[in-house]
Design a binder for this molecule. Structure first.
Ligand code: PMP
Length: 379
């Protein structure tokens, strides 16, 4: 049907066989993808019961918490879906052409990585502008994917990177194009068409509560449209009672404020990359948000560490989202509820975050020790 656009991982292969001196060719569909972007989506769900138990949640009342591992995409974040969607939609509208258009975007985050990745696959030149304060790992990652990186003064922050991107586009005489993730309807659309259907399919329609971070708001908006229903987009309500919980940094409670709630504690900079962009984005549909939970950067870091210690290497925003989800599960009214938490990104991308400072120091010291004797297993 029109709404089941969950990707199939199959690819046609031609086989030539010579039997009895006659060569025949046959086609077979194998579970092999054709190109890197075909690896996007169909991410797995993992039971987080251990985490609930660690936090004293009694699961005998039927409450269930699962994480959707967007961290397992080809470029390790929920933004892989967005990168492809932004480029696919612009191509479908005929506004960008491989080999001609230069994609220019102010982004230091996972969107930049996803755009660089898809741009490479499709043959676009890609220029990303970002404040000089962004980590060296980011620059290496983007440049290794063939993108060009232009640094802007850290004092001018995100608006400075945006102004620079506009300046570059002007200098490109009509060949530059900005995809604008915070405003582009292709952002919630991809979650409405893939992430939402996947959650519905993989939970057998059992999902009662969605807990998702909010950066652009694309993830939570798109999934909620698909499951709660959206007349505007032709989505029949599958479960209008599903509760959508948005998570934002406690240090920057702008969505809470926009929903008429109270900010908690001092407001200012936070350390949860990917969420809390310092504005209420255009693509976020506030009407679909039932509750907003603020999580402090320290709590997010602590939970991210706990997830690593359970063998799940995830990013800091994943920690924030799981922390909020555990708090939801603790409530008596969550008895029997099926809660899905989005795990937006893989943990290896955050080694410059203070969370790893202690391990980094230990690892550096370790190099100075002699190597252990080789293990003899020849007997
Ligand atoms: N966490 C991380 C690590 C992200 O990169 C993003 C995307 N900015 C989010 C959470 C939030 O996703 P969205 O932009 O769809 O709200």
């Amino acid at each position: 049907s029109k709404r089941s656009t969950v990707a199939q991982r199959s690819c046609a292969f031609f086989f030539s066989e010579k039997v009895n001196n006659v060569t025949t060719t046959s086609t077979r569909n194998l579970n092999v993808v054709a190109r890197p972007s075909d690896l996007i989506g169909n991410t797995p769900l993992i039971d987080l019961e251990d985490i609930l138990k660690n936090h004293g949640v009694d699961t005998s009342n039927g409450v269930k918490l699962v994480g959707k591992l967007e961290s397992l995409g080809p470029c390790s974040s929920v933004k892989d879906r967005l990168g492809r969607s932004l480029i696919d939609e612009a191509e479908a509208k005929g506004v960008i052409t491989p080999g001609k258009t230069v994609l220019v975007e102010p982004t230091s985050g996972n969107t930049g990585i996803a755009l660089a990745f898809i741009a490479r696959e499709r043959g676009y030149r890609c220029i990303l502008t970002m404040p000089e304060s962004m980590s060296i790992e980011r620059r290496i990652m983007l440049m290794s994917l063939g993108a060009e990186v232009v640094l802007t003064p850290k004092e001018t922050a995100v608006p400075g990177a945006l102004a620079k991107a506009k300046e570059i586009i002007e200098s490109l005489n009509g060949d530059g194009y900005m995809l604008q993730q915070f405003e582009n309807p292709a952002n919630p659309k991809i979650h409405r068409e893939t992430t939402g259907p996947e959650i519905w399919r993989d939970t057998d329609g059992l999902v009662d509560v969605l807990v998702s971070g909010c950066g652009t708001g694309g993830t939570i908006t798109g999934i909620s449209q698909y499951i709660k229903g959206s007349k505007e987009h032709g989505c029949e309500p599958l479960k209008p009672t599903m509760k959508s919980v948005a998570v934002e940094p406690m240090e920057q409670m702008l969505i809470t404020e926009a929903k008429g709630g109270e900010k908690k504690g001092p407001q200012g900079p936070h350390r949860i990359q990917g969420m809390g962009p310092g504005m209420v984005p255009k693509v976020l549909d506030l009407d679909l948000i039932d509750e907003v939970i603020g999580v402090h950067s320290d709590e997010a870091t602590e939970m991210s560490h706990e997830l690593w210690m359970k063998g799940l290497p995830v990013g800091i925003s994943s920690g924030a989202i799981v922390k909020a989800a555990v708090d939801v599960c603790k409530r008596p009214e969550s008895a029997g509820k099926f809660v899905v938490a989005i795990i937006p990104s893989f943990g290896e991308r955050y080694f410059t975050h203070p969370m790893f400072a202690e391990v980094k120091e230990k690892a550096e010291k370790l190099q100075k020790q002699p190597l252990p004797e080789p293990f003899d297993n020849t007997e």
